[in-house]
Every structure is written in C-alpha cells, then in structure tokens.
Design a protein around this ligand. Structure first.
Ligand code: PMP
Length: 338
C-alpha cells in the first residue's frame, strides 16, 4: 500500500510546469513551481511545519499549547494543518484587506480568526502585529510564531524548496523570480541555489507601496514608499529578518492592476489557477525579459491558489470597480446593439 501517515507528509514535491503562451515574448525556457499542489494549497505549508518542528525542539511550543500568528491566510492554513495533526489550538490575527475566502477557510480548519484594520502603522495597538504580540503575552501556554523574523521560515525553503528546484532543473536553472513578503521563500531558495551555483540570479517581485526595492537599491528605509495597496502576500512596510538582501540581485515592482490582469491570464492562457501574487510574479518576470538569453532556464514560483481570490481578482465586478477589467466582459446591452 502507498499512503501518507497524515496530511503533513503530502507537503512538498510540487510540480514544475513549463509556461507556453503567457511567456511568448520571453526568449528562454520559463518553468513555474506551482505551490498550489501542497495540501493547504500554498507554499506556506512548508514553513509552517518547519517553524512548529523547531519550536517543539526548542521547547517554545509545548504539548496542548496555543499557536498565535499574524497571518495573511496562507501561513494560517499551513499552521492549521500542523495544529490539527499535533493537537494544538490556533489563533490567526488577520488584516481586513485579506479575502473573505481566506478567513472562511481558516475557520473551516478550526482556527480562531481575529480581524484587524490594514490602514494603521505596525506599532499601532490595533495593527495585526501588535494584536498578535499582545495575545501571545496574555494567553497561557502559547507560542507566537512571528513568520517575519522567525528564521525557521527561510530555513524551510533552504532545506526543501531550493533543493527541489535544483533537482527538477538538473542544476540548469539560471534565474529565480519570486514575490517577496516575509522573504522566507526568496531567501531560503536563493541561498541554496547560490551555494550550488553563484551565477544564478535571484529576482524579487515587490508591490508599489512597499519598501523592499528602494531599500535594496539605496540602503535607505524610505517611508515615502509606503502606501496602501491591493495586492496580497507581497511587499511590506517594514524589513522582516527573513529578507536576506545580500542574496537578492534585484527587485522589480508590479502594479495592483497588472498583478490582477496577469493572474487571470495565467488561468485562461495556461490553465494554471493561482493567486494574485502569482500574477505579479509572472508580470515581474516579463518586465525582466531583457535579462534572459535563449538557453536560460527561468523558474518562477506561484505561491497560492486562485480559489482564495474568487471574490476579488476572478470577480468581474471587483475588477471593474477598480478599473482593472480590460475588455473582457460582454454586457447583454452590447450584444443587442451589435
Ligand atoms: N504570495 C502569497 C499569496 C503569500 O501569502 C506570501 C506570503 N506572505 C508571499 C507571496 C510571499 O512569500 P514570502 O513570505 O515567503 O516572502
């Protein structure tokens, strides 16, 4: 018989899929690491398990304890799977710009969800950083995960995601392009790949309204770069410890509109139904096309599933309200006129 002993054993070994249409203008082989195939439908399952394993080993998380995290949803899902398998309680503190689907999914897998306002500074007592820290202090036998500064996050990608990509490309990868939020994915994968071959270029995809690109280029933390944006999962208004700027060759920024439009294109042109930051990642890759040569092997990572954005990117009204809809929808009135 061939079975997993529990759902956690099915994490990882996600497929690498050639992109055929959306990358028409790119002169290189472009392969997508599709992280939707993880049981929690995102790359975050990997680091959730690693962070819990390390917290158990260090004694920070004890039997029957409560896991507390400020999470945009995907990390919460990963943590929920570990919490169920190992008998922990889970409290997720989430910002109100996140999709309702993400909140519903977290509740479905038994997490308690607390919603905080997006438009407040990280040190404001209502911010999800502050609320999650306070809950961790007040809840007995609890462990605050802190995915931003907890280096088990990037270590998970150094131990697992990076080696998978290296093996799947037979060591032929030349560029890695990926959205950056906590920095765990880019830093862990990038460190592993550069140890294998220092010539591999590591590109981060950032959001307008985030500090990463400017900081990487100038070393200046510029508060003028910070404003509210719609894209979920990438960009930050602070510098997480998991972002290792030294292994990153450059950043490119993608607009909210382009990210949304390209998320839809991935579904329609490639049949790859992935989340908003995947649209940003592929658009970022296209923006970098002059860096690629015909023999290059460019890997882009898609973090999560399109199902979490049904009410947003994949909803015509939501897209139209933001001016993101590009001649995609026929209205009944148009048909009558023509
Ligand atoms: N995309 C999505 C949808 C995410 O949830 C995250 C995690 N914040 C990222 C991209 C960025 O990944 P990382 O935190 O590893 O930088």
């Amino acid at each position: 018989m061939d079975y997993a002993n529990n759902i956690l054993e099915t994490i990882g070994d996600t497929p690498l899929v050639k992109l055929n249409k959306i990358t028409g203008e790119v002169n290189a082989l472009v392969l997508a690491k599709v992280e939707t195939f993880n049981p929690g439908n995102s790359v975050k399952d990997r680091m959730a398990v690693k962070m819990v394993n390390d917290a158990e080993a260090s004694g920070a998380l004890k039997p029957g304890g409560t896991i507390i995290e400020g999470t945009s949803g995907n990390t919460g899902m990963g943590l929920a799977l570990v919490a169920i398998a190992r008998g922990y309680k889970l409290v997720c503190v989430i910002s109100d710009k996140q999709s309702k689907e993400k909140m519903d999914i977290l509740r479905a897998v038994g997490a308690e969800v607390i919603v905080c306002p997006t438009n407040v500074a990280p040190d404001d007592p209502r911010s999800y950083y502050s609320v999650s820290k306070r809950l961790a202090e007040e809840t007995p036998n609890s462990w605050y995960v802190n995915q931003y500064d907890n280096l088990s996050n990037s270590q998970a990608h150094y131990e697992q995601t990076g080696p998978e990509i290296w093996k799947q490309t037979d060591g032929k990868i030349t560029h890695f392009v990926v959205g950056v939020g906590t920095g765990g994915t880019i830093s862990g994968v990038g460190k592993y790949l550069k140890e294998k071959n220092p010539n591999i270029k590591i590109w981060g995809v950032d959001a307008y309204g985030s500090v990463f690109k400017k900081y990487h280029e100038t070393g200046v933390f510029d508060e003028n770069e910070i404003y509210t944006y719609i894209t979920e999962g990438i960009g930050e208004d602070m510098l997480p410890k998991n972002v290792d700027f030294s292994i990153i060759d450059g950043f490119t920024k993608v607009t909210d509109k382009d990210g949304a439009v390209y998320t839809r294109k991935l579904a329609r042109e490639e049949g790859i139904f992935v989340g908003y930051s995947a649209g940003s990642a592929i658009k970022g890759l296209l923006q970098l096309k002059e860096h690629f040569k015909p023999d290059d092997v460019v890997v882009v990572l898609f973090h999560d599933s399109g199902s979490r954005y049904i009410g947003k990117v994949f909803n015509d009204d939501w897209m139209r309200d933001r001016g993101f809809l590009v001649s995609d929808v026929k209205m009944a009135g148009d048909l009558i006129k023509s």
